[in-house]
Design a binder for this molecule. Structure first.
Ligand code: TYD
Length: 133
């Protein structure tokens, strides 16, 4: 859990609006292989509910807000995201659930690897066994 942290992305403030940017391996500690985003999430829905064996991710509330509930097998923690210039860095083997999405929320995720279903841990009991080992 010590490796979980918020990254502050650069912000270019201008009267005509703000601009933030993210450079692979500069503002985040891995090379970006994939970007995906969640949107039109119905009120009350929960996303996530898994860990990744090897993938590292950065989660950003591009718009709106949501909560990320984290579990490393020992400790639990909840992080609320509501700033477009904050990224939540998650190393591998962190169980996460995303909940409490505001209406219109957009959750963008930067990932260190391509999508690979075999790389997911979707069974919490297996996650507990793996983190205990
Ligand atoms: P999942 O990772 O379980 O969603 P979340 O963690 O946001 O709740 O993925 C949901 C579905 O989308 C699942 O069938 C796999 C598919 N998917 C892809 O095809 N590519 C991707 O990059 C991601 C993240 C998911």
């Amino acid at each position: 859990m010590d490796r979980v942290h918020i990254i502050d992305f650069p912000i270019v403030h201008e009267p005509r609006g703000n601009l933030s940017f993210i450079e692979s391996e500069r503002h985040i500690p891995f090379s970006i292989q994939r970007v995906y985003y969640l949107y039109d999430v119905p009120g009350g829905a929960t996303r996530g509910g898994h860990a990744h064996r090897t993938i590292q991710q950065v989660i950003i509330a591009l718009s709106g807000s949501f909560d990320v509930v984290l579990d490393d097998g020992k400790e639990k923690r909840k992080v609320s995201l509501n700033r477009s210039y904050h990224g939540l860095f998650l190393p591998n083997m962190i169980w996460r659930e995303l909940e409490n999405f505001s209406s219109g929320a957009v959750c963008m995720v930067l990932a260190s690897e391509y999508y690979n279903e075999a790389e997911y841990v979707r069974d919490y009991e297996e996650f507990k066994l793996l983190t205990r080992a």
